[in-house]
Design a protein around this ligand. Structure first.
Ligand SMILES: Cc1ncc(COP(=O)(O)O)c(C=O)c1O
Length: 276
């Protein structure tokens, strides 16, 4: 079954959907994106994700996206898709067709919505720390831009080592985030996640965990991850996923008591409100 996709206001068969080969999203990664969870055919936390899309676009100095039109695109794609128990919505917004270099074009932006089913993540994660730092001082630090080449390379590095996610430190040698996830650690009984100044993305799941389950934002050395009593990843598609193994170091418990509580509270609160 071909699930329609939405491109610049039109719902179309994916086989018929086209984007210009001059699109700057494709040519130089000049765009932003969002991934939103589908639960039983409905979106989760859509307002927060659309707010972040707007913010990412501003941070990249892109023209303001038409959020109302994109939200309509999301609704139309969901209507046309099966009511998957678990799925994902992908929104991509780029500066549109442009010249062959880094200058932007003026032919209008490109907006795309795609929906698909999602397989649940494994019950626990193994992670591999990668040797390349996040640049917390870079122009795109914390921006969900389509320039994800370093994440693609890092995730491949982790997968080659049998891990499911790669973890970045930053230039200051502190813990930062995963390629598609934020990270929480339990140190001396305290639940801690890196600050936004660490260069990590302001994850929607991270924010909800902080609100619902507590925890503090604090920067810790990357090495603290190996010494954590517990650790977990958060992301739209994972919710709260315990970490069992960091490189060759097995953590004492996965999930330990703090993670177990976070998983339970997150499941309860998210089931009670689809757009928190
Ligand atoms: C680099 C990065 N960090 C963190 C996250 C987690 O953010 P969220 O909870 O909003 O999915 C993502 C999401 O895919 C990401 O790409």
């Amino acid at each position: 079954m071909n699930i329609p996709v939405w491109v610049n206001g039109e719902l179309i068969d994916p086989a018929q959907a086209t984007v210009s080969v001059f699109d700057h999203g494709l040519m130089v990664g000049d765009g932003v994106f969002e991934t939103i969870k589908i639960v039983n055919g409905r979106s989760f936390a859509l307002t927060r994700h659309l707010d972040r899309l707007r913010l990412s676009a501003r941070r990249m100095d892109l023209p303001e996206p038409d959020i109302e039109a994109i939200a309509d695109g999301v609704a139309r794609c969901l209507e046309a898709a099966p009511a998957w128990e678990l799925g994902r919505i992908r929104i991509t917004y780029t500066s549109g067709p442009g010249p062959l270099g880094s200058d932007r074009g003026d032919q209008g932006t490109t907006s795309i919505v795609i929906v698909d089913e999602q397989k649940p993540f494994p019950a626990t994660a193994s992670v591999a720390v990668v040797p390349w730092p996040r640049n917390e001082r870079g122009a795109l630090a914390g921006v969900k831009s389509t320039s994800y080449g370093d994440n693609a390379k890092a995730l491949l590095h982790a997968k080659k080592r049998g891990a499911g996610e790669a973890i970045f430190g930053n230039l200051a040698g502190r813990l930062c985030e995963g390629t598609g996830s934020n990270i929480f650690v339990v140190l001396d009984g305290r639940l801690v996640t890196p600050t936004l100044e660490s260069g990590c993305l302001a994850g929607v799941t991270r924010a909800l965990v902080l609100e619902w389950c507590g925890g503090e934002e604090a920067d810790v050395p990357l090495s603290a991850l190996y010494e954590a009593e517990e650790a977990f990843l958060t992301s739209t598609t994972r919710d709260v996923q315990p970490i069992g193994l960091v490189d060759d170091t097995e953590l004492p418990a996965a999930p330990g008591p703090v993670t177990t509580k976070a998983m339970r509270v997150f499941a309860e609160r998210s089931a009670g409100d689809l757009d928190p």
